[in-house]
Ligand binder design. Structure first.
Ligand code: MG
Length: 165
């Protein structure tokens, strides 16, 4: 056996309802969708994509979940930029000796359309993670709460490997 680096996978899920505030911005993967409203409701900026990726990353490193690191009862996190929370989570993961390798996510929604902003979302998420992040959009096909446009959900996976000294 060679001493191949240990690898771990993590899975993340998040869902947020649409806000009733028409002025609430829609932020997905660190990208603001200008002219689309209302955005998602939540204590932070409600970036459901960044949250799912963060949870996947924390899970991969055995670091718990996003709520334990960034509680939604913390007044300092009201309106927080979730890309920065992902960046902090990546730093915590590295401090434990794990190096993020990539993350991939599936966002379930009809609108806004992701295609035109996919590259921007991937660039912002990848910059925060320090590793490639890919984003895919998937329609809910009219099924259930997501099909009734009550909110947006995101599933993500992330891989980390042991950083050998
Ligand atoms: Mg969330």
């Amino acid at each position: 056996m060679t001493d191949a680096p240990e690898i771990r996978i993590g899975q993340g899920f998040d869902i947020h309802p649409f806000s009733v505030d028409p002025a609430r911005p829609m932020i997905l993967g660190g990208v603001t969708f200008e002219g689309f409203g209302p955005g998602l409701a939540g204590h932070s900026d409600a970036d459901v994509v960044a949250h799912a990726v963060t949870d996947a990353l924390l899970g991969a490193a055995g670091l718990g979940d996003i709520g334990s690191h960034f509680p939604d009862t913390d007044p300092d996190l009201e309106g927080a930029d979730s890309i920065e929370l992902l960046r902090k989570a990546a730093a915590s993961v590295r401090a434990l000796g794990w190096e993020p390798q990539n993350a991939d996510c599936s966002v379930v929604l009809d609108a806004p359309k992701l295609a035109e902003r996919r590259g921007d979302m991937e660039a912002r998420l990848s910059d925060a993670l320090g590793a490639p992040v890919t984003v895919k959009g998937k329609r809910p096909e009219g099924i259930g709460s997501l099909g009734r446009h009550e909110g947006i959900a995101c599933w993500a996976v992330a891989l980390v490997s042991q950083a050998h000294g």
